[in-house]
Design a protein around this ligand. Structure first.
Ligand SMILES: NC(=O)C1=CN([C@@H]2O[C@H](COP(=O)(O)OP(=O)(O)OC[C@H]3O[C@@H](n4cnc5c(N)ncnc54)[C@H](OP(=O)(O)O)[C@@H]3O)[C@@H](O)[C@H]2O)[C@@H](O)CC1
Ligand SMILES: [K+]
Length: 513
């Protein structure tokens, strides 16, 4: 699903109105009806008090139109107009007239208004600002936002939590409505996925208001949100007449004394995504533990006991994953640098591999095109330098990716795969994944997919999605806290099955008896 900027949403709006020959008010009506239906399907007419806070632009217009539909269905509503400007939009005014025709009179709020009381069981609809917000709200509106946030009522934001800009960082000390749920029109907004701004909402959902398909297909968005059907289309099916050689030979290079487990996790995850063969290249001390704990893998060892001192492979790998538990001994650094010069197979670099690169930028020129780097935030910072905000972080990552023609898997609550000027935002995963070894598992998975012939971008996207899905499938049994890297590996199989599970048909036509 494309993630559009505010400017692109306005273009889509204009294009749709012209092509479908409808009025802008008709589009607002679609939006309001979609929100009404969402609420009605859950409340079934329950007599809860619904406080609707409306601005004076089109976001406010959506709120006013929603108020009319709720009133027509007998809901107990209180409507407020947050009068932050004299410049009311045409469709806001039109909907105000329709509301007044039904003898519903909103309360007009200005800086002097006493803020309304709400009860914990009430519902707040936040339609104060939408995608038109272009500066920090005035002080009195900020106080209202804080008042909403201090109430215990469930808060539903229309399109975007009021106070959040769509595609830029938040202004300093600016206030934002905390939304329990956001119903966002046609496209999720990029701020939902970034740590500094995503904290202002709990859940979101996209409502389709019928913006023109042709526009949506052709618009060139910098970011996409990838979901199940996108991943299904990347899948390379296994063939009947195949053998283990068909699915590649992965090599995992890493480990040092006390950190051999990282290689075990990567190697096992690599096997679990279907790599035909897996060889682990480790210091001598890793030989016995790995041979006994992971019998499916082959093990090659370095001459050194406790760290890797040179990397010479007697085999021709289909893909290589390097860096987990590697350490940063001087000899290891040299071995890593030399390896970059000689490696011909598709490559994933993680953990200490990234740390070495960050300290030895001269190695970057030897990195093969299409190499995948999988930094967590601290590793990314070492690589691209500090950033002032999340948007600058992504810009820097994009520039890095373009300069070195590599893929960056920027790990976070929503991991974002960066390839040149494009970013792909993952839809799976949960806070239980913030656990030791989680990254080693991902690196192994990406390597295993590369070995099977997935290209760098597809392998990254597919693995990131499947990794998150595996962790999500573990939640019912483990909660967040006791998910471990090993339990994620165990769930990779379930994640593959889930990826292709068809929705269950309703049971009505089952034979009785
Ligand atoms: N295609 C779609 O998706 C559809 C979208 N629809 C809905 O329209 C919404 C966008 O509406 P909108 O353009 O009227 O902007 P909105 O956010 O209501 O703001 C109003 C005005 O406030 C102003 N302003 C800005 N910052 C300010 C501040 N800090 N303090 C004070 N004033 C401030 C600024 O005007 P300015 O003062 O800068 O001239 C701005 O124009 C969208 O989110 C969705 O809910 C649907 O109806 C149908 C289809
Ligand atoms: K809003």
């Amino acid at each position: 699903m494309k993630i559009l900027t505010a400017a692109q949403v306005y273009q889509a709006d204009k294009f749709t109105i012209e092509k479908q020959q409808i009025t802008s008010d008709a589009l607002m009506e679609r939006a309001a009806i979609q929100i009404f239906e969402w609420i009605h399907a859950r409340l079934h007419g329950a007599p809860v008090v619904i406080h609707i806070f409306c601005g004076i632009g089109n976001n406010g217009g959506d709120g006013i139109a929603l108020a009319r539909h709720l009133a027509e269905h007998g809901y107990n509503i209180k409507v407020y107009v947050v009068n932050y400007s004299e410049k009311r939009s045409k469709d806001f005014l039109l909907n105000m007239e329709r509301l007044k025709d039904r003898k519903i009179w909103p309360e007009f709020m200005n800086p002097e208004t006493v803020l309304p009381e709400t009860q914990p069981n009430d519902i707040i609809v936040d339609a104060i600002f939408g995608i038109g917000l272009n500066r920090s709200p005035d002080d009195w509106v900020a106080k209202l936002i804080e008042h909403i946030n201090n109430s215990q009522a469930f808060t539903l934001s229309v399109d975007i939590p009021s106070g959040l800009p769509v595609d830029q960082p938040l202004w300093k000390d600016s206030k934002v409505v905390f939304a329990d749920y956001v119903l966002s029109f046609q496209t999720p907004k990029m701020v939902f996925f970034l740590p500094e701004t995503g904290i202002h909402l709990e859940n979101w959902e996209v409502l389709d208001i019928g913006l023109d398909n042709e526009f949506m297909m052709n618009v060139d968005s910098s970011f996409e949100y990838f979901q199940k059907h996108d991943i299904q289309s990347l899948y390379i099916p296994r063939k009947r007449f195949s053998h283990k050689g068909t699915y590649g030979h992965s090599v995992i290079i890493g480990g040092s004394y006390g950190k051999i487990g990282a290689v075990h996790l990567s190697g096992k995850a690599c096997l679990k995504v279907g790599s035909g063969l897996v060889t682990l290249y480790v210091p001598e001390c890793g030989y016995t533990p790995l041979q006994s704990s992971l019998p499916e893998a082959m093990v090659l060892t370095d001459g050194e006991e406790e760290y890797i001192s040179k990397i010479s492979l007697s085999i021709k790998p289909s893909a290589v994953g390097i860096g987990m538990g590697l350490g940063t001994e001087e000899e290891t650094i040299q071995a890593f640098g030399n390896f970059l010069k000689s490696v011909k197979a598709p490559l994933v670099i993680d953990a200490d591999g990234i740390n070495i690169l960050a300290k030895h930028l001269e190695f970057l020129k030897d990195m093969p095109k299409g190499t995948i780097l999988t930094p967590h935030p601290k590793e990314l910072e070492r690589l691209v330098g500090p950033w002032a905000n999340d948007f600058e972080k992504l810009e820097k990552a994009m520039r890095f990716s373009e300069t070195y023609q590599c893929i960056l898997v920027v790990k976070g609550a929503n991991t974002i795969v960066i390839s040149g000027e494009k970013g792909y935002v993952n839809s799976t995963g949960n806070p239980g994944m913030a656990t030791a070894g989680s990254g080693d598992v991902l690196t192994g998975m990406i390597t295993g997919l590369l070995a099977q012939g997935y290209n760098s971008l597809n392998a990254s996207i597919f693995a990131v999605y499947l990794h998150g899905l595996a962790a999500d499938l573990e939640v019912p049994a483990h909660g967040y806290e006791s998910i471990t890297a090993s339990s994620m590996i165990d769930a990779i199989g379930k994640a593959f099955v889930e990826l292709f599970r068809q929705p269950q048909p309703p049971n009505d036509n089952q034979p009785k008896g």
